[in-house]
Design a binder for this molecule. Structure first.
Ligand SMILES: [Fe+2]
Ligand SMILES: [Fe+2]
Length: 344
Protein backbone atom coordinates (compact mmCIF):
# COMPACT_ATOMS: atom_id res chain seq x y z
CA UNK A 1 0.00 0.00 0.00
CA UNK A 2 1.04 3.56 -0.73
CA UNK A 3 2.76 5.24 2.18
CA UNK A 4 3.28 8.99 2.59
CA UNK A 5 2.87 11.74 5.17
CA UNK A 6 0.04 13.10 3.00
CA UNK A 7 -1.82 9.80 2.91
CA UNK A 8 -3.96 8.08 5.53
CA UNK A 9 -6.23 5.08 5.68
CA UNK A 10 -9.17 6.17 7.84
CA UNK A 11 -11.07 2.87 7.89
CA UNK A 12 -11.59 -0.23 5.74
CA UNK A 13 -13.23 1.79 2.95
CA UNK A 14 -11.87 5.33 3.27
CA UNK A 15 -8.54 6.98 2.50
CA UNK A 16 -7.49 10.62 2.62
CA UNK A 17 -4.82 12.42 0.62
CA UNK A 18 -3.85 15.85 1.82
CA UNK A 19 -3.35 18.26 -1.07
CA UNK A 20 -1.84 21.76 -1.08
CA UNK A 21 -4.50 24.49 -0.92
CA UNK A 22 -2.79 26.94 -3.26
CA UNK A 23 -1.86 24.69 -6.17
CA UNK A 24 -3.49 22.60 -8.89
CA UNK A 25 -4.03 18.91 -8.22
CA UNK A 26 -3.86 16.72 -11.32
CA UNK A 27 -5.53 13.33 -11.62
CA UNK A 28 -4.83 11.22 -14.67
CA UNK A 29 -7.49 8.71 -15.68
CA UNK A 30 -6.11 5.76 -17.60
CA UNK A 31 -8.38 3.01 -18.84
CA UNK A 32 -8.49 -0.31 -20.68
CA UNK A 33 -4.79 -1.04 -20.85
CA UNK A 34 -5.54 -4.69 -21.71
CA UNK A 35 -2.06 -5.84 -20.81
CA UNK A 36 -1.38 -9.52 -21.42
CA UNK A 37 2.18 -10.10 -20.20
CA UNK A 38 2.04 -13.42 -22.03
CA UNK A 39 3.91 -15.04 -24.88
CA UNK A 40 1.42 -13.88 -27.47
CA UNK A 41 1.09 -10.27 -26.34
CA UNK A 42 4.68 -9.09 -26.00
CA UNK A 43 4.66 -6.69 -28.94
CA UNK A 44 1.30 -5.14 -28.05
CA UNK A 45 2.24 -4.90 -24.36
CA UNK A 46 5.37 -2.98 -25.26
CA UNK A 47 3.31 -0.50 -27.29
CA UNK A 48 0.76 -0.10 -24.47
CA UNK A 49 3.43 0.49 -21.83
CA UNK A 50 5.19 3.00 -24.09
CA UNK A 51 1.87 4.78 -24.62
CA UNK A 52 1.35 5.07 -20.84
CA UNK A 53 4.88 6.48 -20.42
CA UNK A 54 4.14 9.12 -23.07
CA UNK A 55 0.79 10.04 -21.51
CA UNK A 56 2.43 10.30 -18.08
CA UNK A 57 5.02 12.67 -19.46
CA UNK A 58 2.40 14.90 -21.06
CA UNK A 59 0.01 14.89 -18.10
CA UNK A 60 2.45 15.04 -15.19
CA UNK A 61 -0.21 13.95 -12.65
CA UNK A 62 -0.21 13.77 -8.86
CA UNK A 63 -2.53 10.74 -8.80
CA UNK A 64 -3.44 8.06 -11.35
CA UNK A 65 -6.91 6.51 -11.44
CA UNK A 66 -7.28 3.38 -13.56
CA UNK A 67 -10.82 2.48 -14.60
CA UNK A 68 -10.66 -1.23 -15.35
CA UNK A 69 -9.73 -3.80 -17.97
CA UNK A 70 -6.14 -3.18 -16.97
CA UNK A 71 -5.08 -6.78 -17.47
CA UNK A 72 -6.42 -9.27 -19.95
CA UNK A 73 -6.31 -12.97 -18.99
CA UNK A 74 -7.65 -14.12 -22.33
CA UNK A 75 -5.77 -17.13 -23.65
CA UNK A 76 -6.22 -16.71 -27.43
CA UNK A 77 -4.75 -13.20 -27.39
CA UNK A 78 -2.21 -13.36 -24.59
CA UNK A 79 -1.27 -17.01 -24.14
CA UNK A 80 -1.94 -16.83 -20.41
CA UNK A 81 -4.77 -17.07 -17.89
CA UNK A 82 -2.50 -16.03 -15.05
CA UNK A 83 -4.01 -12.69 -14.05
CA UNK A 84 -2.08 -12.80 -10.77
CA UNK A 85 1.17 -12.57 -12.69
CA UNK A 86 -0.34 -9.90 -14.93
CA UNK A 87 -1.38 -7.82 -11.91
CA UNK A 88 2.12 -8.09 -10.41
CA UNK A 89 3.73 -6.99 -13.69
CA UNK A 90 1.33 -4.09 -13.97
CA UNK A 91 2.06 -3.02 -10.40
CA UNK A 92 5.80 -3.20 -11.00
CA UNK A 93 5.33 -0.91 -13.98
CA UNK A 94 3.05 1.55 -12.17
CA UNK A 95 5.23 1.61 -9.06
CA UNK A 96 8.14 2.74 -11.24
CA UNK A 97 6.51 6.19 -11.61
CA UNK A 98 6.69 6.66 -7.83
CA UNK A 99 3.24 8.26 -7.77
CA UNK A 100 0.08 7.06 -6.01
CA UNK A 101 -2.38 5.16 -8.15
CA UNK A 102 -5.76 3.59 -7.53
CA UNK A 103 -8.02 1.37 -9.57
CA UNK A 104 -11.37 -0.28 -10.10
CA UNK A 105 -12.00 -3.60 -11.83
CA UNK A 106 -13.42 -3.92 -15.34
CA UNK A 107 -15.12 -6.92 -16.87
CA UNK A 108 -11.88 -8.48 -18.14
CA UNK A 109 -9.50 -8.29 -15.16
CA UNK A 110 -10.91 -11.54 -13.79
CA UNK A 111 -12.07 -13.11 -17.04
CA UNK A 112 -13.63 -16.59 -16.97
CA UNK A 113 -11.03 -19.30 -16.23
CA UNK A 114 -8.41 -16.82 -15.05
CA UNK A 115 -6.19 -17.89 -12.14
CA UNK A 116 -7.22 -15.32 -9.50
CA UNK A 117 -10.62 -14.05 -8.46
CA UNK A 118 -11.19 -10.40 -7.53
CA UNK A 119 -10.46 -10.94 -3.82
CA UNK A 120 -7.10 -12.48 -4.71
CA UNK A 121 -6.28 -9.66 -7.12
CA UNK A 122 -7.28 -7.15 -4.42
CA UNK A 123 -4.80 -8.82 -2.07
CA UNK A 124 -2.07 -8.43 -4.67
CA UNK A 125 -2.84 -4.81 -5.52
CA UNK A 126 -2.76 -3.88 -1.84
CA UNK A 127 0.89 -4.91 -1.86
CA UNK A 128 1.80 -2.34 -4.53
CA UNK A 129 4.22 0.24 -3.13
CA UNK A 130 2.21 3.13 -4.56
CA UNK A 131 -1.20 1.46 -4.88
CA UNK A 132 -4.29 2.65 -3.00
CA UNK A 133 -6.94 -0.03 -2.89
CA UNK A 134 -9.53 -1.49 -0.51
CA UNK A 135 -11.98 -4.35 -1.01
CA UNK A 136 -14.71 -2.32 0.69
CA UNK A 137 -17.56 -3.71 2.76
CA UNK A 138 -17.73 -7.48 2.56
CA UNK A 139 -21.52 -7.58 2.25
CA UNK A 140 -21.60 -5.26 -0.77
CA UNK A 141 -21.77 -6.44 -4.36
CA UNK A 142 -18.39 -6.23 -6.08
CA UNK A 143 -14.85 -5.85 -4.82
CA UNK A 144 -13.30 -2.41 -4.54
CA UNK A 145 -16.06 -0.01 -3.44
CA UNK A 146 -14.21 2.68 -1.52
CA UNK A 147 -13.57 6.41 -1.14
CA UNK A 148 -10.47 8.53 -1.52
CA UNK A 149 -11.04 11.96 -0.03
CA UNK A 150 -8.77 14.78 -1.13
CA UNK A 151 -8.50 16.94 1.98
CA UNK A 152 -6.82 20.17 3.02
CA UNK A 153 -4.18 20.28 5.76
CA UNK A 154 -6.87 20.57 8.46
CA UNK A 155 -8.63 17.48 7.17
CA UNK A 156 -11.59 19.25 5.53
CA UNK A 157 -12.79 17.26 2.53
CA UNK A 158 -12.21 19.17 -0.72
CA UNK A 159 -13.03 16.50 -3.28
CA UNK A 160 -14.21 12.94 -2.63
CA UNK A 161 -13.38 10.31 -5.25
CA UNK A 162 -15.82 7.40 -5.20
CA UNK A 163 -14.44 4.15 -6.57
CA UNK A 164 -17.02 1.56 -7.59
CA UNK A 165 -16.95 -1.95 -9.00
CA UNK A 166 -19.44 -1.95 -11.89
CA UNK A 167 -19.15 -5.77 -11.92
CA UNK A 168 -18.75 -8.05 -14.91
CA UNK A 169 -21.50 -9.97 -16.60
CA UNK A 170 -25.23 -10.40 -16.04
CA UNK A 171 -27.20 -13.08 -14.30
CA UNK A 172 -25.97 -15.89 -16.57
CA UNK A 173 -22.37 -15.28 -15.54
CA UNK A 174 -20.40 -14.83 -18.73
CA UNK A 175 -20.22 -12.66 -21.82
CA UNK A 176 -23.41 -13.86 -23.50
CA UNK A 177 -25.54 -12.75 -20.58
CA UNK A 178 -24.59 -9.13 -21.26
CA UNK A 179 -22.81 -6.65 -19.05
CA UNK A 180 -23.64 -6.12 -15.42
CA UNK A 181 -24.16 -2.78 -13.64
CA UNK A 182 -23.70 -1.10 -10.27
CA UNK A 183 -26.14 -2.90 -7.97
CA UNK A 184 -28.66 -1.25 -5.67
CA UNK A 185 -26.78 -2.13 -2.48
CA UNK A 186 -23.72 -0.35 -3.87
CA UNK A 187 -25.87 2.66 -4.80
CA UNK A 188 -27.28 2.75 -1.26
CA UNK A 189 -23.78 2.63 0.22
CA UNK A 190 -22.50 5.35 -2.08
CA UNK A 191 -25.41 7.72 -1.44
CA UNK A 192 -25.19 7.13 2.30
CA UNK A 193 -21.50 8.11 2.26
CA UNK A 194 -22.18 11.17 0.10
CA UNK A 195 -25.10 12.31 2.25
CA UNK A 196 -22.84 12.19 5.30
CA UNK A 197 -20.29 14.37 3.49
CA UNK A 198 -23.05 16.77 2.45
CA UNK A 199 -24.08 17.21 6.07
CA UNK A 200 -20.57 18.50 6.86
CA UNK A 201 -20.40 20.66 3.75
CA UNK A 202 -23.58 21.35 1.74
CA UNK A 203 -21.49 22.50 -1.27
CA UNK A 204 -19.37 19.37 -1.52
CA UNK A 205 -18.92 17.96 -5.04
CA UNK A 206 -17.68 14.45 -5.77
CA UNK A 207 -16.31 12.36 -8.65
CA UNK A 208 -17.17 8.73 -9.35
CA UNK A 209 -14.94 6.29 -11.21
CA UNK A 210 -16.06 2.92 -12.55
CA UNK A 211 -15.61 0.82 -15.65
CA UNK A 212 -18.97 0.47 -17.43
CA UNK A 213 -20.80 3.39 -19.00
CA UNK A 214 -24.30 4.15 -17.70
CA UNK A 215 -27.35 3.81 -19.91
CA UNK A 216 -28.08 7.48 -19.14
CA UNK A 217 -24.86 8.34 -21.01
CA UNK A 218 -26.36 6.84 -24.17
CA UNK A 219 -29.70 8.49 -23.46
CA UNK A 220 -27.98 11.88 -23.15
CA UNK A 221 -25.99 11.34 -26.36
CA UNK A 222 -29.16 10.53 -28.26
CA UNK A 223 -30.92 13.60 -26.88
CA UNK A 224 -27.93 15.76 -27.78
CA UNK A 225 -28.02 14.52 -31.36
CA UNK A 226 -31.63 15.58 -31.57
CA UNK A 227 -30.61 19.05 -30.50
CA UNK A 228 -31.76 18.89 -26.89
CA UNK A 229 -30.17 21.95 -25.31
CA UNK A 230 -30.37 20.37 -21.86
CA UNK A 231 -27.36 18.23 -22.80
CA UNK A 232 -24.06 20.08 -23.02
CA UNK A 233 -21.26 18.75 -25.22
CA UNK A 234 -17.80 18.98 -23.70
CA UNK A 235 -15.34 16.99 -25.80
CA UNK A 236 -14.61 13.79 -27.70
CA UNK A 237 -16.79 11.53 -29.77
CA UNK A 238 -18.64 8.25 -30.02
CA UNK A 239 -16.52 6.30 -32.49
CA UNK A 240 -17.61 2.71 -31.75
CA UNK A 241 -19.24 0.98 -34.72
CA UNK A 242 -22.95 1.82 -34.96
CA UNK A 243 -22.47 4.34 -32.14
CA UNK A 244 -22.30 1.50 -29.66
CA UNK A 245 -22.44 1.98 -25.88
CA UNK A 246 -21.52 -1.18 -23.94
CA UNK A 247 -24.26 -0.63 -21.37
CA UNK A 248 -26.02 -3.18 -19.23
CA UNK A 249 -29.42 -4.43 -20.26
CA UNK A 250 -30.28 -4.26 -16.56
CA UNK A 251 -31.43 -0.92 -15.25
CA UNK A 252 -29.21 0.56 -12.55
CA UNK A 253 -30.54 3.21 -10.21
CA UNK A 254 -27.11 4.80 -9.89
CA UNK A 255 -27.59 7.81 -12.17
CA UNK A 256 -31.05 8.79 -10.93
CA UNK A 257 -30.00 8.47 -7.31
CA UNK A 258 -26.79 10.45 -7.95
CA UNK A 259 -28.71 13.23 -9.72
CA UNK A 260 -31.21 13.34 -6.86
CA UNK A 261 -28.49 13.26 -4.18
CA UNK A 262 -26.66 16.06 -6.00
CA UNK A 263 -23.11 15.49 -4.75
CA UNK A 264 -21.64 13.61 -7.71
CA UNK A 265 -20.87 16.11 -10.46
CA UNK A 266 -18.43 14.05 -12.53
CA UNK A 267 -18.47 10.41 -13.65
CA UNK A 268 -15.56 8.74 -15.45
CA UNK A 269 -15.80 5.37 -17.18
CA UNK A 270 -14.01 3.27 -19.77
CA UNK A 271 -15.02 -0.01 -21.44
CA UNK A 272 -15.83 1.27 -24.94
CA UNK A 273 -12.32 1.83 -26.21
CA UNK A 274 -13.17 4.04 -29.16
CA UNK A 275 -15.56 6.36 -27.32
CA UNK A 276 -14.08 9.53 -25.83
CA UNK A 277 -17.21 11.63 -25.39
CA UNK A 278 -17.73 13.96 -22.48
CA UNK A 279 -21.08 15.67 -21.91
CA UNK A 280 -23.16 17.17 -19.11
CA UNK A 281 -26.61 15.74 -18.40
CA UNK A 282 -28.84 16.59 -15.45
CA UNK A 283 -25.96 18.35 -13.72
CA UNK A 284 -23.49 15.47 -14.07
CA UNK A 285 -20.56 15.48 -16.48
CA UNK A 286 -20.08 11.96 -17.87
CA UNK A 287 -16.75 11.25 -19.54
CA UNK A 288 -15.38 8.28 -21.41
CA UNK A 289 -11.66 8.16 -20.65
CA UNK A 290 -9.34 7.95 -23.64
CA UNK A 291 -8.12 4.34 -23.73
CA UNK A 292 -4.75 2.66 -24.18
CA UNK A 293 -5.68 -0.78 -25.59
CA UNK A 294 -3.55 -2.34 -28.34
CA UNK A 295 -4.74 -5.90 -27.82
CA UNK A 296 -8.40 -6.21 -26.85
CA UNK A 297 -10.04 -4.93 -30.02
CA UNK A 298 -9.04 -6.49 -33.31
CA UNK A 299 -6.72 -4.19 -35.27
CA UNK A 300 -7.01 -1.38 -32.72
CA UNK A 301 -3.26 -0.86 -33.06
CA UNK A 302 -4.04 1.05 -36.26
CA UNK A 303 -6.60 3.35 -34.63
CA UNK A 304 -5.16 6.30 -32.83
CA UNK A 305 -7.79 9.00 -32.29
CA UNK A 306 -8.95 7.31 -29.07
CA UNK A 307 -5.58 6.57 -27.52
CA UNK A 308 -4.44 8.56 -24.52
CA UNK A 309 -5.49 9.51 -21.03
CA UNK A 310 -7.87 11.99 -19.45
CA UNK A 311 -6.50 14.76 -17.28
CA UNK A 312 -8.64 16.05 -14.46
CA UNK A 313 -7.29 19.25 -12.95
CA UNK A 314 -8.65 20.63 -9.71
CA UNK A 315 -7.53 24.23 -9.31
CA UNK A 316 -6.91 25.79 -5.94
CA UNK A 317 -10.24 27.63 -6.22
CA UNK A 318 -12.07 24.31 -6.54
CA UNK A 319 -12.77 24.52 -10.27
CA UNK A 320 -12.39 21.30 -12.23
CA UNK A 321 -11.12 21.04 -15.79
CA UNK A 322 -11.29 17.81 -17.79
CA UNK A 323 -9.14 17.43 -20.88
CA UNK A 324 -8.12 14.72 -23.29
CA UNK A 325 -4.42 13.83 -23.36
CA UNK A 326 -3.90 12.05 -26.67
CA UNK A 327 -0.59 10.35 -27.32
CA UNK A 328 -0.72 11.61 -30.89
CA UNK A 329 -1.69 15.03 -32.11
CA UNK A 330 -5.10 14.09 -33.52
CA UNK A 331 -8.29 13.35 -31.64
CA UNK A 332 -11.78 12.92 -32.92
CA UNK A 333 -14.26 15.56 -31.91
CA UNK A 334 -16.67 14.50 -34.61
CA UNK A 335 -19.98 13.52 -33.12
CA UNK A 336 -22.04 11.58 -35.58
CA UNK A 337 -25.56 12.55 -36.53
CA UNK A 338 -27.19 15.21 -38.64
CA UNK A 339 -28.10 18.72 -37.52
CA UNK A 340 -26.18 18.30 -34.33
CA UNK A 341 -26.08 21.33 -32.11
CA UNK A 342 -23.02 21.61 -29.94
CA UNK A 343 -23.23 23.65 -26.82
CA UNK A 344 -20.77 24.91 -24.28
FE1 LIG B 1 -11.80 -2.96 -22.29
FE1 LIG C 1 -14.66 -3.57 -20.51
Amino acid sequence: MYCSDQFKQVDAETFTISIPKDADFRILQLTDLHLGFGLLSRGMDRLALDAVRKIMKKANPHLIVLTGDLIFPFLPKTGTLNNGKQAKKLMEFLDSFELPYTLVFGNHDCELLSACDKEELAGLYKQGNYCIFAEGRKNLTGVGNFLIELVDESGNVLLPLVMLDSNMYGEGGWFFSGFDRIHDDQVDWCMERLTALKQDNPDIKAMAFFHMPLREFKEAYEKMKLGDKAVLYRHGSIAEKDEYFGISKFKSTFFDRAAENGVIKWIFCGHDHLNTLSLVYKGIQMTYGMSVDYLGYKNIKKSYIQRGGTLITRSADGNVDIAMVPIGSVVSTRVRGANLLLHG
